[in-house]
Design a protein around this ligand. Structure first.
Ligand code: FBP
Length: 560
């Protein structure tokens, strides 16, 4: 055996739980079809773009007494986008189901994300190789990448690679964008009579790939528990030393689900939620004032310490920043080939080039920012042409601006305290943690279920496992047509079909929980200390799901 930690050795032995229907065996399943479906919006356009895969029914699996035999199949799997705990278990579930169905079935893993299927870079899974990765975090089993799979040429190349390997189904494990690509590929394969199926799996720590059929994407559970552990530890430190304000930025590209969940698990003094900032049209200045006032009030009580949780995507939800960044993104796209910008030797030169091109309103906002943030806003864009928010140090921006504001308040006699701040960014720390029992079970079930969908000949479906607040045996396994989650949105200046991103609902039970408590948490220290994820021990500690899932589930049951 390789060099393994004691926990690794124990986790390799863990047998993930399956829903009852799937645990009876892959060859003893019955497919139950629901009603035909429609896309969430823009039905006519989506139907036109997905003539072959639109409108299919939601399906569920039930166990049956039959014992079907299945013909030999080769399947390919891709990990796409950011890492999320449990990816290895999706592959393990898929592999086990595939081998259980027919021991001559083969599973190929495409290397380095979607580019692997285009460039024909792959490995074939074996029992020994698979066994090394069971219940471990990370995507290192085959690697991941952010190449978008969407052009005719890429589809053609993927087809050639699949033909060469005699692959009849591809499983794409990804977030909203990757599953949008999965839907496009599924449609293209049907349109071209290739006989190749495509199944998606809902992955992202961000928790924004969810809807009525997908209760949560995998990885959210483990990542939020990891961040909550870290926040809890810092809260204890702050409460011990009583001398620092800790500004903690929490990952989540756009939606604030991760920050909100981590806050409910730890009860910090301040939690910003991007969706609320946008809804209330809060300016950067008003956010600074809101935070500075809490800091000043706590100082009046003799408390010169505290914890502020800030969602990663905040900057893009502050209205004046949002329009400035949109303007900047267009300009950055133009400047990609501009020699004076590319060859500029100083940051000042770059700022000048950019500021001259920004519209007057955006130029004013850009100019008001500290140099560090101005520089970070000019960093490379992601493959969608967007700012990489993980590289923008919003937590430092807020510390600097709040410090200035508190000095002004001090000179007016409105603040008597001492402000000393520490900044943190928790993101990458949580994406590859050992999956919690929940994610280990959920991911294994998603992968196993993906093969069940393949075995029933379905394509253009997302693997779905529901009823997740119940014990695993009561989970409901099935599939949701990818087109059901789609609408038209502007991307790179063009209207495109995409899976709708789920933002935090401000009228939902999860945000309400924060709203009802935050005044109390701001002044009185109600810190919770969740501690490290537990993999062994009482079920009330080891198998507990997120507050988000519990609160949303309670609401659904009340409304049912
Ligand atoms: P996915 O949506 O692809 O799962 O990735 C989410 C995420 O972890 C975001 O939370 C974060 O903003 C981003 O990836 C960071 O990207 P990168 O890994 O390229 O730095």
């Amino acid at each position: 055996m390789k060099n393994l930690s004691p926990l690794q050795v124990e986790r390799l032995k863990y047998q993930p739980k399956l829903p009852k229907s799937l645990s009876q065996g892959i060859n003893s399943l019955e497919l139950v079809e629901g009603a035909q479906t429609q896309s969430v919006r823009d039905q006519e356009q989506i139907q036109n773009l997905f003539k072959n895969t639109y409108g299919k029914p939601v399906v569920t699996f039930e166990s049956s007494n039959s014992s079907n035999t299945s013909a030999q199949k080769n399947v390919g799997v891709i990990l796409s986008g950011g890492q999320a705990p449990g990816g290895h278990n999706v592959i393990a579930g898929l592999y086990d189901a595939l081998k259980q169905a027919n021991s001559s079935n083969k599973l190929y893993g495409f290397l380095g994300g979607p580019s692997g299927i285009i460039d024909g870079k792959y490995i074939e899974f074996t029992d020994e190789f698979m066994d090394e990765y069971r219940n471990t975090g990370g995507f290192d089993i085959i690697g991941s990448g952010r190449t978008k799979l969407e052009t005719e040429e890429q589809f053609q190349k993927s087809l050639e690679v699949c033909k060469k390997l005699n692959i009849s189904a591809v499983v794409i494990i990804g977030g909203d964008d990757s599953n949008t690509n999965a839907a496009l590929l599924a449609e293209w394969f049907v349109k071209n009579n290739t006989g190749i199926q495509v199944i998606g799996c809902p992955k992202t720590i961000d928790g924004d790939l969810k809807n009525e059929q997908i209760e949560i994407s995998f990885g959210f559970d483990t990542a939020t528990k990891t961040y909550a552990e870290l926040i809890g530890n810092i809260q204890r430190d702050a409460n011990s030393a009583k001398k620092y304000w800790h500004f903690i930025k929490i990952m989540g590209r756009s939606a604030s689900h991760v920050a909100l969940e981590a806050a409910l698990q730890t009860q910090p003094n301040i939690t910003l939620i991007s969706e609320e900032v946008e809804e209330k049209k809060m300016s950067l200045e008003s956010i600074v004032n809101y935070m500075a006032n809490i800091i000043a009030k706590r100082a009046d009580m003799g408390k010169n310490f505290g914890i502020a949780v800030i969602p990663e995507g905040l900057i893009e939800f502050i209205p004046e920043m949002k329009s400035m960044i949109a303007n900047l993104n267009d300009i950055m796209a133009e400047l990609e080939t501009n020699p004076s910008f590319i060859n500029a030797t100083s940051a000042r030169e770059k700022f000048d080039i950019v500021e001259k091109r920004l519209n007057p309103e955006s130029a004013k906002v850009y100019d008001s920012l500290p140099v560090l943030i101005k520089e970070q806003l000019l960093a490379d864009r992601d493959p969608h042409g967007n700012v990489q928010v993980s590289k923008i140090e919003t937590e430092k921006l807020l510390i600097e601006m709040i410090s200035t504001r508190l000095n002004e308040m001090k000179s007016n006699g409105d603040y008597v305290g001492k402000f000393s701040a520490q900044s943190h960014f928790f993101g990458y720390e949580g994406r590859c943690a050992f999956p919690s029992n929940f994610d280990a079970d959920y991911c294994y079930s998603l992968g196993f279920n993906a093969f069940a969908l393949i075995n029933f000949g379905l394509t253009g479906y997302l693997s779905s496992v529901r009823n997740l607040t119940e014990p695993a045996e009561n989970w409901i396994a099935g599939g949701v047509p990818l087109t059901m989650m789609m609408n038209m949105e502007k991307r790179h200046g063009e209207m495109k079909p995409v899976i709708q991103k789920a933002l935090v609902k401000l009228n939902g039970p999860v945000f309400k929980q924060l709203q009802d408590n935050r005044e109390d948490w701001a002044m009185n220290d109600r810190y919770l200390f969740p501690g490290a994820i537990q993999y062994f021990g009482p079920s009330s500690v080891c198998d507990i799901t997120t507050r988000t899932l519990q609160l949303e589930r309670t609401k659904t049951l009340v409304n049912a």
